[in-house]
Design a binder for this molecule. Sequence first.
Ligand code: IFM
Length: 444
Amino acid sequence: MSSPLPEFPAGFTWGVSTSAYQIEGATSEDGRGPSIWDSFTHRPGTVVDGSTGDVACDHYHRYAEDVALLAGLGVGAYRFSIAWPRIQPDGTGPANPGGLGFYDRLVDGLLDRGIDPVATLFHWDLPQALEDKGGWLTRDTAGRFADYAALVAGRLGDRVKLWITLNEPFVHMSYGYGLGLHAPGRQYLFDAFPVAHHQLLGHGLAVTALRALTGSPIGITNNYTPVRVQGVTDADRAAGATYHALHNRLFTDPILGHGYPEIPGTDPSIVHPGDLDTIAAPIDALGVNYYNPTGVRAPSDPDSPLPFDLVPLDAYPTTSFGWPVDPDGLHELLTGLRREYGDRLPPIHITEGGCSYDDTLDAHGRCHDPQRVAYLDGHLRALHRAMTDGVDVRGYYVWSLLDNFEWAEGYTKRFGLVHVDFDTLTRTPKTSYAWFRDTVTGPA
Ligand code: IFM
C-alpha cells in the first residue's frame, strides 16, 4: 500500500455483496417456506459451531440500518440475493406477497439512496419442497426456477439494474451434491453431474423469461480459481487440466456456446436435444468471484474416487480460512478468460472478492483489520492491470458488507467490512470500511 491505487475508469461500479440465507434470518416470517439450508443446519454435525441462519444478521428486520451503512460507504451498487422460499414457499405456484414485499422495500430503499440494486436469484437456498422431489438432480427444477425468475422480474424488473441468475453453481454442485459439505448434504461425487446440467438449463430458461420482463442486463456468477499444478509428471498435468475443466469451464463453456468440456465420469445422456442452445442464451454480463488459486496434483491414492488431489499452496500467506492470498491470480484468471473465450466473453463484473480474518473489537470498541485492507488493495491493483491489458471489467463488489453466516463454517469466519456482534447484532464498521469508502469516493 505504498502508493495510491491507480484510477479506475469513470462509470466503474463499486459495490458490496451479500446473500439471503447468510444475513436475513427471519426464516419463518411473512410466509417464507423452509429451504434446504434450514433443514441442513438443523441436522446435528453439519456446521462447525452448531449454528444456523435462523437469525444470522437479522437483516430482514434491520435492512434500513444496513442500507444506511451502504450509503455511508458510498457504493454505487449492492448485490443481494432473493430467497426463493420467500417468493414461493413450496417452490411452485403464485408469489407470496409477504416475500415480494420485503424485496420491494429493499429495492426502493436502495434507489432512494442512489444505490443500484443487483439481484441474484439463486444463492443456494432451494425450497425444501423441491429438494424433496429431487432438487437440482431433477430436470423439472430448471423449469420451476424459470417460473420463479419470472415472478420476481414481474415485480422488480423495472428497478433491478443487473440480474444474476445463479451464484457459483460449481460450488453448489460439488459441495452440496458431490461431497455433502453443504446443503442438501448429498455425496454423489461425479454422479452429481445432472446438478450442473439442470442448473445451467434453469439459467438459460430464466434468461429467456427475464428478457421478456426487464430491460436490465442479465448474467450469471461463477467462482473461478487459477489452477497451480503441484508436480512435474504428465499425470499431475492431466489432473490439473481435469480440475480446470470441472471448476472453471463446466459452467462457462456451455453458456458461451462451446458445449461441455470433456470430464471423465460424467454422463452426457441427460443432455436433451436443444438444451445446449437454451443454455447458450446470450447474456450481457459474466459475474466472476475470485478468492484464491488452487493447488492440484495427481491422486496419491490409486483408489481415490476423484481424479485429482487438492493440495495446500505453501508459497502464499493465508487468510483465517487457510485460503492462499494471491492477487496475481486475479490478473491470471481474467486474462485467461479473455484468451479462452475471446469476443464471446461478455463484460465482466467481479461480483465477489474478499477475505476472512479473526476480527475482534478492541477496548475502545473499534475493529482494526489491516490485513483486509492489504488484501483488497492488492487485488484492486491486479484487477487494474488486467483491465489495462484489455479485459473489459465493469465493477468490483467486496464480499461482504457484513460478517455473516459462512455456511458450514457458521459464524467462525468473518468476511465483512462491518463487524457484527452475533449476540447483540450490533454493527461496527471496520477500518476496511473507511478504506473502501475512501477508495470509492476518492480522496476527501
Ligand atoms: O460466503 C461465500 C458466498 O456465499 C459465496 N462465495 C464465497 C463466499 C466466501 O466463502
